[in-house]
Design a protein around this ligand. Sequence first.
Ligand code: IPE
Ligand code: IPE
Ligand code: MG
Length: 247
Amino acid sequence: MNLRENVDLNNLPKHIAVIMDGNGRWAKKRGGLRIFGHQSAITAVRETVEAAAELGVECLTLYAFSTENWSRPAMEVSALMQLLVSSIRKEASKLNKNNIRLTTIGDTASLPAACQNELKEAMEMTKDNTRMTLVLALSYSGRWDITQAVQKAARDVAQGNLKEQDLNEKAFEKYLSTAGLPDPELLIRTSGEQRISNFLLWQLAYTELYIMELLWPDFRKEHLYEAILAYQNRERRFGKTSEQLTK
Ligand code: IPE
Ligand code: IPE
Ligand code: MG
């Protein structure tokens, strides 16, 4: 069955977030090192970006490296950082050609200088692109995001730029790293784990979750269509009753 044909283009999620999980297990099943799994995940990333842009999704956020991932063996961390540099170098001009804007969320100042430079160049090159925003979550965690937002808001209050009573949800969101982006309507997690792993804690408040058993390196366009179709069959009630929605 061609899943893409069944996707309702008038009811696309504007923002899709993905927890790309299962690279290590994918490699282990093949008797390889975890790093082999990370290398093999690049195709999945490419397919996801392409499929999302082709459909007309406005924003795609990929969880590539969490705050907690710094605790992995040094060899794995450094291989991931090198892979990040080489992939961005390889893919940046293609993103640009496809009118895709690259941006990041997370504590990117903690990344190695080579990564920061590569990211900076790619973001500069693509900054005016309008077809889709690709957000890489790097050295990211939801608690980090909320904490840095509170710090910035507190600073603004202390400096008299913001009144405490004006700090409502809308105002607070401007301090989050995702300021300006809509909340994700759909979160996809591969590898079957039923958890958020400190991803977009604030932004996922009413996001539809789609967890698949598939390991991330096996993810292809069809899987994105599958997740979107599942999303399109959900009833998003936002606390209301089903009857209220159909009125
Ligand atoms: C996801 O795959 C990639 C990163 C977290 C960087 P994992 O490396 O977590 O793979 P598993 O979960 O151990 O199989
Ligand atoms: C979540 O995967 C982080 C990324 C995909 C980058 P993990 O593999 O780190 O998550 P846990 O630790 O199993 O929850
Ligand atoms: Mg994992």
